[in-house]
Design a protein around this ligand. Structure first.
Ligand code: GLY
Length: 429
């Protein structure tokens, strides 16, 4: 089988890696890919947003399965274009991807189908939104309605900051915002796959670490690491997320004539002192870096499962997990998240432990032929094990022995048991 991965980050390297582990995968391509993917496949220099060119490539090369990593091509309709040309593709179409690309669509779905979510209102006028701040009271959660590359949410008790966020987000297309009730609680991310109108959990729930520094200090990033399983995610909570959020959402999408097919990622918040999960956000694709943690966990790769989902199978097989725990540590460049340094030479020694894998995210090959930093999140170290403590020990020991670049920064507390709380600070990634 010939497989094409769309995207260029750590998530896409992890997807390429897990798919390449299946002996039926004869050729892996990525558009545009990265130097890590180039070690296991062929990178084609087509940008992930260039849908027509990607489809022409897939037709020409007789690609058997295309897997879309990031949300932007989904929102731009890559799946619709592929399906029109009978090209097999894993992911939701443009209408279904609205569950991620439009916050107001997602929140409206929750309200109409009684899916628990923090209270919310949508605004298109700055003066009206600012007046609503009094009525809603602090702390405020101001969200851009459309895709904002993770930069669209501000959580603050400072009125001036809330007003600035309203102004800023209303200047961005689609010039609409959501203001949401603040919930003081802990978050977790759940990954399900949906096909034939049914959802299945693909992996245990993860918890991610957004702020740059240990102890959840400093500005927010695209994510500095994740771990699973999460102690607070009890079976009762998983059951409630399934009954009250996952299944009703999938049914609601079908009723609205926008059936979902692909990965449905749920960002859940549980108010402290309760066991009541509420939906904060949906993603219409794998989380990054959750995908890296999942890829390392599943036995034998994800090819059969993804192919069956792309075929909209009613009973797709579910891959088994080879281990119980997974820890992903993101190695970031100097200056990330504000001014990530690029062009710093990276030294990698072969990772010797069988339970540890290194994925490339923001790397490039310089004109000198050297591997260099090319973005904020540079590399991901993933370790699996029987429990989080042993996986985290192996992840951190592999960093020390295998990777180095000037200014490399990473959190030392991924999976250390700390609850991820919502923080009253501006979220800027
Ligand atoms: N890890 C969160 C996300 O991918 O949006």
């Amino acid at each position: 089988m010939k497989i094409l991965i769309i995207g260029s980050g750590g998530r896409e390297h992890a997807l390429a890696w897990t798919l390449s582990r299946d002996s039926r995968a004869t050729k892996i391509y990525a558009a545009p890919g990265n130097p890590g993917i180039a070690e296991i496949g062929t990178c084609v220099p087509i940008n992930a947003s260039n849908i027509e060119e990607i489809a022409s490539f897939a037709l020409r090369e007789h690609i058997d399965l295309t897997v879309v990593g990031p949300e932007a091509p989904l929102g731009a309709g890559i799946v619709d274009t592929f399906r029109k040309q009978k090209l097999p593709i894993f992911g939701p179409d443009k209408s279904a991807a609205r569950i991620e690309t439009s916050k107001s669509f997602a929140k409206d779905l929750c309200s109409r189908y009684k899916i628990p979510t923090p209270r919310w209102e949508t605004f298109t006028d700055a003066a009206v939104a600012k007046r609503a701040l009094d009525r809603m009271g602090p702390p405020w959660v101001v969200k851009a309605d459309g895709l904002a590359s993770g930069k669209g949410t501000t959580v603050t008790s400072e009125r001036r900051e809330a007003e600035t966020a309203i102004q800023r987000e209303l200047e961005r297309e689609p010039r609409r915002i959501v203001i949401e009730e603040f919930i003081d609680g802990w978050e977790a991310s759940f990954t399900a796959t949906v096909s034939g109108g049914r959802a299945q959990w693909l992996a245990p729930a993860f918890q991610d670490y957004k702020p740059i520094f240990d102890g959840d200090v400093g500005p927010n990033t695209g994510g500095m690491g994740v771990y699973a399983p999460v102690l607070m995610v009890t079976e009762a909570i998983v059951d409630k997320v399934r009954r009250k959020i996952l299944d009703p959402s999938v049914e609601a999408m079908a009723k609205e004539n926008v059936p979902f097919q692909g990965v449905l990622y749920l960002n859940i918040i549980v108010k402290h002192g309760t066991e009541d999960p509420r939906l904060l956000e949906f993603n219409a694709r794998f989380g990054d870096p959750e995908a890296q943690g999942i890829a390392a966990l599943v036995k034998g790769g994800l090819l059969t499962h993804m192919r069956e989902i792309a075929e909209n199978s009613k009973r797709p097989s579910l891959p088994e997990c080879a281990s119980s725990a997974s820890v992903v540590v993101v190695l970031a460049s100097k200056g990330y998240p504000t001014t990530p340094s690029t062009g710093d030479r990276i030294t990698i020694r072969k990772v010797s432990q069988g339970n540890v894998v290194l994925f490339h995210a923001g790397t490039a090959i310089a004109s000198t032929g050297e591997l260099v930093t090319a973005g904020g999140r540079v590399l991901n170290i993933v370790a699996t094990g029987p429990d989080v403590e042993s996986a985290r020990k192996d992840a951190y020991s592999a960093i020390g022995s295998s990777v180095q670049f000037p200014g490399m920064q990473y959190r030392r507390d991924i999976g250390s048991g700390q609850l991820r709380r919502r923080k009253l600070e501006q979220i800027q990634t």
